[in-house]
Ligand binder design. Structure first.
Ligand code: SAM
Length: 276
């Protein structure tokens, strides 16, 4: 039995290595041109009254209407969940963003469904009016294809198409060398099993190295925001942060009224204190 599962793991590892190399060289692109949108008003009206009011406040505060109005109901719900999560992180970690502009890097952006929510948060969090945003989403595996024939790259371009200052890039975050006011890692791989299930090769598994490098990308007075799913992953993150001497605030587990996640979200926020 043990032998069989070891063999299965070896086959998966080899397959991931070959598939990843193939994806990186083929780089399929087929722009998303049309999406069946659902009425945002209808989506909100189906929520219980308190949740609908909370959703409306998020839509208004973070100016989500133009993006959400072009999405299907499932994406609208998930976008609201990301906006709500960030909206709880803002006060929970006393985040104070610079007046304008704000620069940000989102590591492991995948297909960037939440680009509008993140962009809206960066633009509007705090007392300052909407600020200019320079947001880059970086993804090591953007050429992974979905059942609809579009890659993550295609979808990320579509989700971020109307967000001023937003761009999506193919790359390994460990090769970036400039700093940002905000660096986000939303659901990074902290366990090798997850990485293999998402069909990445083992060379991409470097959670401590990635976290150490990510911290070096945070500008003085800037923020690192890491969110994990479930206590098991949060425990690994907590221990990595401690090992690296990164002093982070941990927020209470977040459960979304807008999207039924399997595990509650646990956010860690660290501010890089500028030297006196
Ligand atoms: C669990 S997914 C999370 C995706 C997304 N942030 C979200 O909230 O849905 C983690 C992502 O990180 C990407 N990734 C892993 N290591 C990376 C690296 N060194 N640089 C850039 N992206 C990386 C993976 O390919 C994967 O898309």
């Amino acid at each position: 039995m043990k032998l069989a599962s070891r063999a299965a793991r070896t086959i998966l590892r080899l397959r991931n290595r070959v598939d990843f190399a193939l994806r990186q060289s083929l780089r399929f692109r087929r722009a998303v041109t049309s999406v069946r949108a659902d009425s945002l008003a209808a989506t909100l009206s189906e929520l219980p009254a308190p949740d609908a009011a909370r959703a409306r406040r998020l839509v208004d505060r973070y100016r989500l209407e133009p993006s959400l109005a072009t999405m299907g109901a499932r994406d609208q719900h998930e976008s609201l969940a990301y906006a709500d999560l960030l909206d709880t992180i803002g006060p929970g970690a006393s985040i104070a963003l610079p007046p304008s502009p704000v620069s940000a890097l989102d590591i492991g952006a995948s297909h960037w469904l939440y680009a509008a929510a993140l962009h809206g948060f960066l633009a509007a969090w705090g007392d300052v009016g909407p600020r200019a945003v320079a947001l880059t989403g970086i993804e090591i595996d953007p050429w992974r294809m979905y059942g609809d024939g579009h890659t993550r790259h295609d979808w990320a371009r579509w989700y971020s198409r109307d967000l001023p200052g937003a761009s999506y890039a193919h790359g390994d975050a460990r090769t970036i060398s400039r700093t940002f006011d905000v660096v986000t890692m939303l659901f990074p791989f902290v366990a090798i099993g997850e990485l293999a299930r998402w069909s990445l090769p083992e060379s991409a598994y470097d959670p401590v190295g990635l976290l150490r490098h990510t911290w070096s990308l945070v500008a003085p007075d800037g923020y690192l925001i890491v969110v994990n799913q479930g206590e098991e992953e949060a425990a690994i993150e907590r221990s990595m942060l401690r090992t690296l001497g990164i002093d982070a605030v941990e927020l209470p587990p977040y459960e979304s009224p807008f999207f039924a996640y399997r595990h509650p979200r646990v956010a860690f926020v660290a501010r890089r204190v500028s030297s006196p």
